[in-house]
Write a protein that binds this ligand. Structure first.
Ligand code: ACM
Length: 516
């Protein structure tokens, strides 16, 4: 009898401490969201994710149903969720998706209301539902990623209203210096999506490699795609593979911005086709596997070059549903300035002819910008001001703050440091709308953090440079300036490290953060 009582008490204590631990985890999760929501209020209680859960998508379109399905997959280790569509009225238990009209939410905002029996997600557009689900993932415990032995998870009851500060938020991956296959690229896209980023900029060509199949110019990939920095095999995306990437990104509300860099950074193309060079009879440039910049240029005075560009843009535009094509324009150090300007004045209309909006690195502001052209600021602080004077918007990618290939400090083994060392605080504690004189919030289309890959070879290398700085950029792009503060952020980040660990992400454990 005594044994039985002791056993019962022991079980009760275990259960109690277990549920206390679950509640603590849910409380913590609510306090440590990244990016920080616009408004978030804790309510009493917990929603228990277990057993059977009804998910109702009221007046749902196909994209919202896909988002609901992602949530079903997320809770699968602990709950069997079933999807219905129908009116929201009378639905009092489970998870409810409701499309609403609320202009403060825009296309990407959402309202998330959690009680102990009902999770209600409201949004105007499917992207808003998707971002609400990303928030729910952070409200769930880190064990969702690596421990399926749990019987239930708790979500803290709360009320969140959330929408982004900037329209474009994302990251660039240089697949030219080192090539990364489709699976690595999809993983990269997953990382962006998890933090509510909506732009994936692919740097598809450079001196060291041409990475996208162009059917009319097959040697670009046969020859120009055959190597990479250090002399490895390189690689390229067939148009089918690229379309697969674009579709994968679109399902996560991410727009792919393809970049073909020109007139400089073009050695791989020049080595593939003699007719793109000014003196084709001279010795053809060889494939290049080093890391110097600024030595190559398409022959801007050669008519054939414009036919080539037209063909490339036509094929790229046809497989790119997003509104933008990036034409590079940086570091064309061997192109005479007048020629560079004429070239950019001529190439922009080729892009717009195929229905796309031009993006160029900030040097493009020296040309006459077409309506809609966006300048991507990376180095020269006068160029974005020149772009704005022409009525253009600016994407902020200042190298000394957001280049993900910059080392954290002098002990970092990967990466470079020509722009700056970028420790985590340095990546976080700045404001795009005050960094450059003459560039204000109203001029800024968004924030894109590039990862150049001269020294980056593996997926693990990518993760080490991205994490945790990508989270700084996600929050700067999303959260109101008034909600951002390094001292408070570093506590949230420390806790979020548990989620990175649970996912097996190779992240930099900065000493500036007291990791849990
Ligand atoms: C650049 O870093 N050359 C844009």
């Amino acid at each position: 009898m005594l044994k039985q009582i002791v056993c019962t008490i022991a079980v009760a204590v275990t259960l109690f401490s277990c549920s206390q631990k679950s509640q603590q985890m849910a409380d913590d999760a609510f306090l440590h969201l990244i990016p920080k929501p616009v408004q978030a209020e804790r309510l009493q209680g917990y929603f228990n994710v277990s057993g059977r859960i009804a998910i109702n998508v009221a007046d749902g379109n196909a994209q919202t149903l896909q988002v609901a399905d992602m949530l079903i997959q997320t809770v699968k280790p602990v709950a069997q969720a079933t999807l219905t569509t129908g009116t929201a009225a009378g639905f009092t238990s489970g998870i409810l998706f409701v499309t609403v009209t609320d202009s403060t939410l825009g296309n990407e905002g959402y309202i998330l209301h959690v009680t102990d029996s009902l999770i209600t997600i409201k949004a105007q557009r499917p992207a808003g539902f998707f971002y609400a689900v990303q928030t729910i993932r952070q409200l769930l415990p880190p064990e969702q990623y690596n421990n399926t032995s749990h019987k239930s998870w708790l979500i803290a009851a709360c009320s969140i209203k959330d929408y982004p500060l900037y329209a474009l938020r994302g990251s660039m991956l240089d697949v030219s210096r080192h090539f990364f296959g489709v699976e690595d690229v999809k993983k990269y896209i997953d990382h962006l999506a998890a933090y509510k980023m909506n732009v994936f900029h692919m740097h598809l060509s450079d001196d060291q490699g041409w990475r996208i199949e162009i059917k009319k110019w097959p040697k670009l990939t046969e020859v120009g795609g055959s190597t990479q920095v250090g002399g490895g095999n390189g690689g390229f995306y067939t148009q089918e593979a690229y379309k697969d990437i674009v579709q994968y990104a679109a399902a996560r509300f991410i727009t792919v911005i393809p970049e073909i860099d020109m007139p400089g950074h073009t050695n791989a193309a020049l080595a593939s086709y003699p007719e793109l060079n000014c003196n084709p009879k001279d010795s053809l440039p060889k494939l290049y596997t080093g890391t110097e910049v600024g030595f190559s240029s398409l022959c801007t005075t050669n008519e054939k070059v414009y036919g080539f560009i037209d063909d490339v843009i036509a094929e790229l535009a046809a497989i790119t549903p997003g509104p933008y094509i990036h034409i590079g324009g940086d570091e064309s150090l061997v192109t005479p300035k007048e020629e560079y300007i004429k070239f950019m004045n001529r190439v922009q209309p080729i892009v717009t002819k195929y229905g796309k909006q031009v993006i160029g690195w900030d040097e493009i502001a020296n040309a006459v910008l077409q309506p809609g052209t966006i300048a991507q600021h990376w180095a020269d602080t006068l160029n974005p001001v020149k772009a704005i004077a022409q009525g253009a918007k600016v994407i902020m990618s200042p190298a000394k703050r957001v280049y993900l290939d910059m080392q954290y400090d002098s002990t970092t083994k990967l990466g470079l440091h020509w722009a700056s060392y970028i420790e985590v605080e340095h990546s976080y504690s700045w404001n795009p709308a005050t960094l450059v004189k003459g560039v204000e919030q109203k001029n800024i289309a968004g924030l894109v953090a590039p990862l150049w890959t001269e020294t980056i070879v593996t997926r693990s290398d990518i993760e080490y440079m991205l994490f945790p700085r990508l989270l700084s950029y996600a929050e700067i792009g999303w959260s109101p300036v008034a909600n951002r503060n390094w001292e408070e952020y570093k506590v949230r980040l420390a806790h979020h490290g548990l989620y990175l660990k649970a996912q097996g992400i190779n992240f930099y454990q900065s000493k500036q953060v007291q990791w849990k």
